[in-house]
Design a binder for this molecule. Structure first.
Ligand SMILES: [Zn+2]
Length: 325
């Protein structure tokens, strides 16, 4: 058998499909923390694509899409290797929370991790070094999590050489969502770390409010397929929008704790200074009104009322550009 890839407990040859795990650390009860792996090696050589979900433990469309894609992929019709990690942050997934219950860390702020650090840092380290660094293409699937409504959007970077940026932009457009969020690269996220190492990497936010809705799941599957078609790993016609809206920006933080109530829906246009949500104390008195910092598109808003000082309220995307097909 010609070995196509060997990782953790998985060894696959060309034209084979396997599932397994990458053991990372042993726990006090003798069990091990491990990354679940879903691997398909195509008959024909080609690029390696890593698709991950569950870097945050309360985001569910990505994990399900990766499971379904692995089952659907036909090795005889595949060029290269599909390497799926449905859930990266297994401890956070187990408790359905964004951060790990073990060390409280937000995994998507600590890449490239540390081999001798806290458990989230160790998982991050091995995920990036042992899995993502095998990739030519990296797609990280996220969602709004328990607390947020979120528009489907692809996050991409404009860093590195001119040629790399061109290829990164082409990949972001090929994913097939009509909203593109130009990232700053400042957060120590997995896709930022991958891009820093010359891997074409995007993050897609698809899904919201801690659910796994069918329409969002279908969208996540479409994005995976579109990226694989773009990478020439599978045949097919990509489903693309007529135009792409490019936005920038980030979340606004609360200055007080209490109850947050959104006043607008995601994907609505908002004007600078317009109230988009408010925070009351437990007696119902309004303590703070959240206003749009500029004209733009409401990308995300908190829908979990309970809020603490400093937590995210809403995110208005400032429109930078509209690209026609
Ligand atoms: Zn996330």
């Amino acid at each position: 058998m010609e070995r196509a890839i060997e990782i953790g407990t998985v060894t696959v040859g060309r034209g084979q499909k396997a599932r397994g795990a990458l053991p990372l650390a042993s726990c006090g009860d003798g069990s091990s923390i491990q990354l679940p792996l879903l691997v398909v090696a195509g008959h024909e050589p080609g690029p390696t694509m890593v698709v991950s979900g569950g870097v945050h433990g309360d985001e569910y469309e990505g994990p399900r899409a990766i499971q379904i894609m692995w089952r659907e992929l036909d090795p005889t019709q595949l060029r290269g290797i599909f390497l799926g990690v449905p859930v990266v942050n297994v401890p956070a997934f187990e408790v359905g929370k964004r951060e790990s219950p073990v060390d409280g860390l937000n995994m998507n702020r600590i890449f490239p991790g540390r081999p001798d650090g806290f458990i989230s840092e160790r998982i991050a380290y091995h995920f990036i070094h042992d899995v993502v660094f095998k990739a030519d293409y990296y797609l990280d699937l996220h969602a709004g999590g328990n607390a947020f409504a979120m528009v489907p959007v692809v996050v991409y970077l404009e860093t590195g050489s001119d040629e790399f940026i061109l290829r990164e932009v082409a990949l972001a457009k090929a994913a097939g969502l009509d909203l593109l969020w130009k990232g700053t690269g400042h957060w120590s996220s997995a896709h930022v770390e991958a891009a820093r190492h010359g891997i074409l990497a995007i993050l897609a936010e698809i899904g919201e409010e801690g659910r796994c809705r069918q329409d969002r799941l279908d969208l996540a599957l479409r994005v995976i397929r579109n990226v694989m078609i773009h990478a020439k790993m599978i045949d097919g016609a990509p489903q693309l929008p007529q135009q792409w809206i490019v936005v920038a920006g980030t979340y606004m933080h609360s200055s007080v704790g209490g109850c947050f109530y959104p006043m607008r829906q995601v994907r609505e246009m908002v004007r600078q200074g317009e109230a988009i949500g408010f925070i009351t104390d437990l007696w119902g008195q309004v303590l703070e009104t959240i206003q749009a910092p500029y004209d733009g598109l409401l990308m995300s808003t908190r829908t979990l009322p309970s809020i603490r000082p400093g937590e995210w309220t809403a995110f208005v995307g400032k429109i930078l550009d509209v690209w026609e097909q």
